[in-house]
Each structure stands twice: as C-alpha cells, then as structure tokens.
Design a protein around this ligand. Structure first.
Ligand code: AMP
Ligand code: MG
Length: 417
C-alpha cells in the first residue's frame, strides 16, 4: 500500500497550473491572480471627509469643547462635487461623507457636534454654525492614498480573488485582471445500478449520489463543475464520454469502477486510453484510487481522478487528493491547496486497531470554553454511510495504531475553506 503523502505527491507533480486568461473583474471572484496587481492611482484619489459635518480650519475650533465657537457657513459640498471652495479663517463649509475637502480646511467637525443657524434651503450668506467640539488637524479627514498608494503592489500573483479583493481591483481600476484559468472539471459517475431520474427503483438499482456530491465539492474547491451524467458499465460508452470530457474540460473526476470488481470498466477503459497509476493507498476509507493523464486528440493531456464508488470513500479521496490538485491547477499557493488543519481534543475515544493505514474519521468539531477545538466522531463511519458523514465538519487524521483516548489530541482537517 502506498503512503498517502506519496500518492498526493505523485498526483500533484503531474497536475500543471493552467494557462492564464484575462477576465472581467466582475467575474473574477474565486480566480487566482496570475500577476501582481500594482496601483496606478491613489485610493482614495483625493482627500475627503469621513463624516457628514463642517470642514473647518482646526485652529478655528480651539476652545470649542468648553465655550461655543461660531463660524460663518459659506456653502456646501456633496459627494461627487468638485469641491472647488476655500475655507477662510472664521468660516466653515458644510460637507457630506466622501466629498472632497475644500482648500484651506484641515479638519471636519461631525454634524453631531454642531448646531446650524439659518435656513439650508435658502442660503443667503447669513448662515452660521456653532462648533461644540475642538478638533485636531486631520480629524475626520481621509487623506489621498490612505487606502492604496499609487505604485504599490496591492496583491501579489497567487492571491485568490475574494469578493473584497475584487472590490479593491475595481477601486484601482484593474478592469480585466490576468488570472489563472479556473479549471473546468468534468464529473461523471459510473455504474449499471445507478438511477438519477426519480423513477422507481428496479431490483438491484440504487439512487445516484456521488455525482451530485462531487459537483458540489468541485464547485466548493473553486473550480467549475460540468455534469457528464451517469455512464453505464459499458466500455464504448465510457470511452466516448471520457474523450468528450477531455476535449471540453481541464480535468475529469469519475466515481466508481476503480477497485478489483469484474465490471470495473473505468479501470479497463482508462488503462487502455490513458497513462494511469492505479493506487492502493494506505488509508481508510478510500483505499483504491486512480490517477492519470488522458491525451487529448488536439494535443496536451487532462488529469483524470478516478475516485472509488462508495460515497464516503469518494468524498474522502476527493478531499485528500483531487481537491488540492485542482487548487494547484487553479494557481493557488501550496499553503492553501489543503483545507486548514488544527490539533483538536477528542471528546470521545477514537477506536481503531493497527492495520497499516491512516484512518480518516469524520467528526463534528466545536470550539469549547477552553478555547480549543473539540471533536466527536459522527455516529456511523461506514464508507457507504454518507448520511452520517454529511453532518461532519471535520475529518480526523487517526494514525495507524490503537486509536486516541478521550482527551487525547488528533489532527483535524476542517471542512471549511
Ligand atoms: P464501485 O466502486 O463501482 O465498485 O462501487 C462501490 C460501491 O459504491 C457500490 O455499492 C456502488 O453501488 C456504489 N456506488 C458507485 N457509484 C455510486 C454513485 N454514483 N452513487 C452512489 N453509490 C455509488
Ligand atoms: Mg461500479
């Protein structure tokens, strides 16, 4: 049996980062930047007010916290206005959040600390404002470049474009960021027994679950899942679907047909048409795993991840091997190929016996009052018992041996991104 780390290395080494493309920043969330993003403008582009209030000369507010100070109001500046005004000593300009600071002013007194005298609807030059708080120079003002300074590298290549990163790119006018192509991943399940059209089950049939699950898992990894349906245990049909998927997608994920059964046609077909490694990995669940490269007719090759059919095995091998490989292809940094790991405290004994394998037990994790993560295995650990696994929020890495006692520590893979 192959150690899991070796299996992972073999797979990752053969999955290349995809080419780069330019996309609209509005569609860029979840992609990974292919080049550094450098600011060609200051953000904000001009000094502006952080509050609604009155732009003043800070010196004019001296003493205002104890005795009232009155300033003549010479006008107003709204956000979006050019703000082409000057605050002379003894005067103030009413100003709205985001509006540019008028010349001469170096602070803003927030409206809550003022009392206006006059009629704002009919400005006639007699208006004044009572200032009730002394302000320091710069108070209430956001300087030009406070957020992003022109010329700086805001994000380096390899940064994932989260919604906030996309917002920053828009703010520095990067309208078409260069990104690594997000992998399009063909997902298909195989098996004569599978039904997914809602029809009554004939004897021997079961309802399909893996493809539905894996489409979601691919999507959650940041890649784009493409549904290639259920393929029957028929060599010609499978070859046709795989070749189509290879032509249209960047990777292929199959489930079922990779173990030792007589009808494991995935094994038969992929052995013939792709450069495959058939693995027996020293883990439980998900011992059988297939990985290879399927040559495209038009050149190049597409990684194929052959996951086992048992639903829990399918999920665990996706998490341990396919997910990080897809994230590598998508341009993510190695430190985020995997989900976060953390040492956790076992609230229940983790039972197992030595068998040369690392066991991946599914568990529910919660932070307790001691500030530590505590874990309890879900109620059923069979590789066919997806319902119990579906409620897991962590996968526990239980090393070969005789388990972990209550209160003992275990590595927990958190099922959050
Ligand atoms: P296989 O790996 O094809 O030998 O399948 C192993 C077990 O997983 C069998 O009990 C299959 O019926 C089941 N199985 C395979 N594919 C799926 C699927 N897509 N959804 C649900 N169960 C499946
Ligand atoms: Mg099968």
């Amino acid at each position: 049996m192959l150690p899991i780390d070796e299996a992972r290395r073999t797979v990752f080494d053969r999955c290349a980062v995809l080419p780069t493309v330019s996309i609209n920043v509005h569609d860029a969330t979840r992609s990974v930047l292919a080049i550094d993003a450098i600011a060609t403008e200051d953000v904000p582009p001009f000094a502006n007010t952080a509050v609604d209030g009155y732009a003043v000369r800070a010196a004019d507010s001296a003493g205002a916290s104890s005795a009232s100070v009155r300033l003549r109001v010479t006008g107003e500046i709204a956000a979006g206005a050019a703000g082409d005004m000057t605050v002379e000593p003894g005067t103030a300009v009413r100003i709205m959040t985001g509006a540019p600071m008028p010349r001469g002013a170096d602070a803003v007194v927030m409206v809550e600390d003022t009392v206006f005298n006059g009629d704002r609807a009919r400005f006639d030059g007699s208006e004044s404002v009572e200032i009730r708080r002394e302000v320091a120079t710069g108070s209430g003002v956001r300087g030009a470049g406070d957020d992003v300074r022109v010329g700086t590298i805001v994000f380096t290549a390899g940064t994932e474009i989260t919604p906030a990163v996309a917002g920053v790119l828009a703010s520095i006018n990067v309208r078409e960021p260069r990104v690594v192509k997000r992998p399009r991943v063909a997902v298909l399940s195989t098996g004569d027994e599978l039904v997914d059209d809602g029809s009554p089950l004939a004897p021997g049939q079961i309802r399909e679950s893996n493809k539905t699950m894996l489409i979601g898992a691919v999507d959650a990894s940041g890649a784009i899942a493409v549904d290639y349906g259920i393929v029957r245990d028929d060599e010609a049909a499978l070859e046709q679907t795989l070749r189509l998927a290879a032509a249209e997608c960047d990777a292929i994920v199959t489930s079922g047909g990779v173990s030792m059964g007589d009808y494991d046609v995935v094994k038969v077909v992929l052995s013939r048409i792709a450069d495959m490694t058939w693995m027996q990995i020293a883990i439980k669940p998900a011992k059988p795993f297939a990985f290879g490269l399927l040559m495209r007719r038009e050149g190049g090759s597409v990684p194929v991840f052959g996951l086992p059919g048992n639903p829990v095995s399918s999920l665990v091998s996706f998490e341990l091997i396919a997910r990080p490989a897809l994230r590598k292809m998508a341009g993510h940094r190695p430190e985020v190929w995997d989900r976060p790991h953390v040492r956790a405290v076992c609230d229940v004994e983790l039972t197992r016996s030595p068998d040369g394998k690392v066991h991946y037990q599914r568990a529910v994790a919660r932070f307790a009052d001691d500030g530590r993560l505590h874990v309890t295995p879900v109620s059923a650990q069979g590789s066919h018992q997806l319902a119990a696994t579906a409620l897991a929020t962590a996968i526990l890495v239980v090393p070969d041996g005789s388990g972990v006692p209550v209160g003992g520590e275990v590595d927990a893979i958190l099922l959050v991104s």
